[in-house]
Design a protein around this ligand. Structure first.
Ligand SMILES: *Cc1c(COP(=O)(O)O)cnc(C)c1O
Length: 471
């Protein structure tokens, strides 16, 4: 499969190249040149496969030319054989219409594990092949950091430096990062905000004094391989609900637009998805973009769903590119305008293209708490607040006429409730326990380095501690 940039001028790459590159050289994001299509008969034949076997079938066309069927199959078995639930992403019924797709059975209890565990395995395979090493640098406000660290810990050819804002991540989130003691993991708490940490990381990629001695890599959700791995659970769940002979709707708690874009990819491949509901918290740029065509950033507001406190959703560019006729030159101009004005209007083609599949909804703190209460009272399910934002949108979708009655509506459960247990306890009066496999988190030794907030201090720390240095 060939990969093209949404901004049209970066080199075309194969799957291996796109995975290792992350961001395209022209500032765009990589997408497959065309969507592999499956007929209804081909989809029907996938029924009953194990998660790992299904993953290999769904991903095969995307990795063709870079991984053989056997290599991919072995990777999928290794990655998905090791989750905390044998079904990997089990589907739980709440009532006749509503289902929860539990995506939090990986090592760090959030859906990001499903894709990052795969990305870690892919990095190792490709680095091995080219006898190369990779120094991953990243910034996190919470969930991505721990999922990335767990995906890279103990691997031979990659090491990871993760910056987080000191004192501004939850204790569970910090411990999930800092109790990983593998020597190739370096946690840095910087005296500053998440935005400061993010700026340092971006600057390292543009700074020859560090990106020349080191082969720097990124694991953020702009990496195509992550989205590809997320397509699998749409197929896995829809097949159980009767696809391809029955359409299914999904509600997706959304931040950077990665998870829900994977649903869009599944639909392009032929999975009958009736509706994708983009659920946001009060940081509702995507809701405004999809309902009014207005994609303009505001101030970020802190909420009880911190993983969705985002104003710029990087992966939205992929949707606009695909829906707007795949014109890279036009996309580059549109995004340059967005960077300058901190906002843009969607074109008519983009509005019509997105409206065919997407609707959106926004949940404030009260809406979210009510959704948690609904799940607890009506289905005995304790859910996390991010999932609550998604469930709020699901519950409103029928009333709003966004979904045809009779269609199953699946809410993606993106985090385990114990990760956000204070907010959960306030809403439903129950304090969820951490699953036993991570239950000793609070007794484990932590290791991290506190650094001042200036760029040079972080850069020099990475240079001094990177074992991959060529010099
Ligand atoms: C990252 C995250 C999200 C948002 O996912 P995107 O792919 O960025 O849209 C939602 N919920 C949780 C718990 C997350 O960690």
């Amino acid at each position: 499969m060939e990969y093209v940039s949404t901004r049209g001028s970066a080199p075309v790459l194969d799957f291996e190249g796109a995975t290792l590159a992350g961001l395209a050289a022209d500032g765009g994001l990589y997408l497959p040149r065309e969507w592999p299509r499956m007929t209804a008969a081909e989809i029907r034949e996938l029924r009953g496969l194990s998660y790992a076997a299904l993953a290999a079938r769904i991903m095969q066309p995307f990795v063709a030319g870079s991984l053989s069927e056997d290599e991919l199959g072995a990777l999928c078995e290794a990655v998905y054989g090791d989750f905390g639930h044998a079904a990997v992403t089990p589907l739980v019924q709440m009532d006749e219409t509503h289902w929860l797709l539990e995506l939090f059975h990986g090592p760090t209890l959030a859906f990001k594990d499903v894709a990052l565990q795969m990305l870690g395995a892919l990095f190792e395979t490709f680095l091995e092949r080219s006898d190369a090493r990779l120094t991953i640098v990243g910034a996190t406000s919470g969930d991505t950091g721990s999922a990335a660290i767990n995906a890279v810990a103990g691997r031979d050819r990659a090491e990871i430096f993760m910056l987080h804002p000191s004192g501004r991540v939850s204790e569970v989130q910090r411990r999930q990062m800092t109790t990983v003691l593998a020597p190739n993991v370096h946690n840095i708490a910087i005296d500053g905000s998440f935005d400061d940490a993010q700026r340092h990381v971006k600057r390292m990629f543009a700074d020859p004094s560090i990106n020349q001695p080191l082969n720097l890599g990124a694991v953020n959700s702009i990496n195509w391989a992550r989205l590809m791995a997320q397509v699998v659970y749409y197929f896995h769940s829809a097949l159980q609900l009767g696809a391809p002979d029955r359409p299914v709707a999904y509600s997706v708690p959304t931040g950077n637009f990665g998870d829900v874009f994977a649903g869009y990819v599944a639909a392009q491949m032929g999975l009958p998805i009736e509706r994708l509901i983009v659920a946001t918290n009060v940081n509702d740029i995507l809701h405004r973009a999809l309902s009014e065509g207005d994609y303009s950033t505001g101030e970020t507001t802190a909420t009880i769903t911190p993983s969705m406190d985002i104003q710029v959703s990087s992966n939205f560019e992929r949707l606009l590119f695909d829906c707007g006729g795949r014109d890279g030159a036009a996309m580059a101009v549109q995004m340059a305008g967005f960077d300058e004005a901190h906002g843009m209007q969607l074109t008519n083609a983009q509005r019509e293209g997105t409206a065919a599949l997407f609707t959106s909804a926004r949940a404030d703190q009260d809406d979210t708490a009510r959704a948690l209460q609904w799940a607890y009272r009506n289905a005995g399910q304790v859910i996390d607040p991010h999932t609550g934002v998604g469930l709020h949108a699901s519950l409103g979708a029928l009333t709003a006429g966004q979904v045809v009655p009779g269609t199953p509506i699946v809410t993606l459960a993106t985090a385990h409730p114990a990760k956000f247990r204070d907010a959960v306890e306030r809403a439903v009066g129950v304090r969820p326990a951490l699953p036993s496999r991570v239950g000793d988190l609070f007794g484990r030794e932590e290791h991290y380095t506190e650094l001042s907030g200036d760029y040079e201090t972080s850069r020099d720390f990475v240079l001094q501690h990177a074992s991959a240095s060529a010099g």
